[in-house]
Design a protein around this ligand. Structure first.
Ligand SMILES: Nc1ncnc2c1ncn2[C@@H]1O[C@H](COP(=O)(O)OP(=O)(O)OP(=O)(O)O)[C@@H](O)[C@H]1O
Length: 382
């Protein structure tokens, strides 16, 4: 969609946060390069990317810890480059929670209100309300060092929100927690954010977390925004091979495009012509261009007998290299000699209902062209 200048300015004014052409350079190295995006009021946006992709740098610039080398950040429609962090009305939760360990939960939550010189009655009411919100009603007099990791996390959330900031920034606050607690807290973040309607920007390298908590996701690599989309669109229609590889588990076949017709490509891999494949949503593909064909692990099926794969267009013999039972799914590694010895990762989400294969077994793998996306190789997966 193309917005006119006027429409774009008015969209930016309505946005809680607007990042415009922001770059951050250290000597001759760009940690963030020409980033532009808006976060609408009340939305939960996650910046997702591998280590070193520039996520934290971007979040710190929004918080006011450092000034962009170029570009401008607007909060509530106002440019903030000249506004120090303590004058930005922002709640923050980082991986290191920085709670006061010998104070009680209530004293920790009260701290931002005391700094803002609220009266004792207001402080007591707000502290009680926010401890209730994070399901710690009745825990106010407990000291931090007497609380579990999850409870401490909740105190940190209450402290970040108690002064009712315009914006909540989260920098991998769940990274140190064990898996079960992390998953529980992801849902808690989502619930609290929806209940309060506070605009939230979250930073993580955990793609599952990004999918669970966010209204929108920005995927970053090497300081550059690769795609901005809602979680379903980022998963279903990745913009390039990097995004396809980073979100979910994706297998790649390499080879040249042999023909392009509308939204379909034919593509040659190890002497096999694979036709009718969807064009990925990235740059235009031309015949002869070197390409990557991407197929998700759950879109490939494994079977011993060809009739079990009769509904699939592409079928190749393979050998099971590894078979891992993960409870709710089987994960197979299958070597496909006919496709240049590529190793496919395949998920079977019905491990109880289906035959389970063992390493060394000869099988067939199959998938349909509509489930494969081809990207031009100026966006390599690695
Ligand atoms: N103060 C600095 N001086 C020089 N380089 C820096 C500085 N801060 C960050 N960088 C570099 O900028 C790049 C992006 O760093 P950043 O911390 O934003 O990445 P990240 O995506 O948050 O990674 P992680 O998930 O590991 O925290 C990295 O290569 C990092 O080494």
């Amino acid at each position: 969609m193309n917005l006119s200048n006027g429409a774009r300015e008015s969209a930016a004014a309505q946005a809680a946060v607007s990042v415009k052409n922001v770059s951050m350079r250290y000597d001759d190295f760009y940690a963030v390069r020409d980033a532009s995006f808006d976060v609408p009021k009340g939305k939960f946006l996650t910046i997702l990317g591998p280590s070193g992709s520039g996520k934290t740098t971007l979040l710190r610039l929004i918080a006011g810890f450092g000034k962009p080398t170029s570009g401008e950040i607007f909060i509530g429609g106002q440019p903030v480059s000249a506004v120090p962090p303590h004058k930005r009305v922002i709640g923050m939760v980082f991986q290191k929670l920085a709670l006061f360990p010998h104070m009680t939960a209530a004293q920790n939550v009260a701290f931002p209100l005391k700094m803002r010189r609220h009266d004792a009655r207001t402080i007591a009411d707000q502290v009680e309300r926010y401890l209730e919100l994070v399901k710690l009603g009745g825990f106010g007099s407990r000291r931090i060092h007497e609380m579990s990791g999850g409870q401490q996390q909740r105190v940190a959330i209450a402290r970040a929100l108690v002064f009712e900031p315009d914006l909540l920034l989260l920098d991998e606050p769940l990274a140190a927690l064990d898996v079960k607690l992390r998953e529980e807290m992801q849902l808690e973040f989502r619930r609290i954010q929806k209940e309060l309607g506070v605009t939230t920007i979250n930073v993580t390298h955990d793609q599952r977390e990004a999918m669970v908590v966010s209204d929108e996701v920005i995927v970053m690599n090497d300081g550059l925004i690769q795609q901005r989309a809602n979680p379903v669109a980022a998963y279903r229609t990745p913009q390039n091979a990097f995004v396809a590889n980073f979100i979910g588990v994706t297998n790649f076949l390499e080879g040249p495009a042999t023909s392009v017709s509308g939204n379909e490509v034919a593509f040659r891999c190890a002497g096999h012509e694979l036709s009718g494949i969807s064009v990925g949503s990235g740059p235009e593909i031309k015949a002869g261009m070197s390409c990557s064909g991407a197929i998700r692990a759950e879109q490939i099926r494994v079977a011993a007998a060809p009739e079990k794969l009769a509904d699939l267009t592409f079928r190749f013999p393979g050998e099971i290299i590894d078979a891992i039972f993960e409870g709710e799914r089987m994960v197979y590694e299958v070597n496909v000699a006919e496709l240049g010895g590529v190793s496919f990762r395949v998920f079977d989400h019905d491990p109880i209902g289906h035959t389970q294969f063992l390493p060394g077994e000869r099988v067939l793998v199959g998938w349909n062209p509509k489930d494969m996306h081809v990207f031009g190789n100026n966006h390599s997966p690695n």
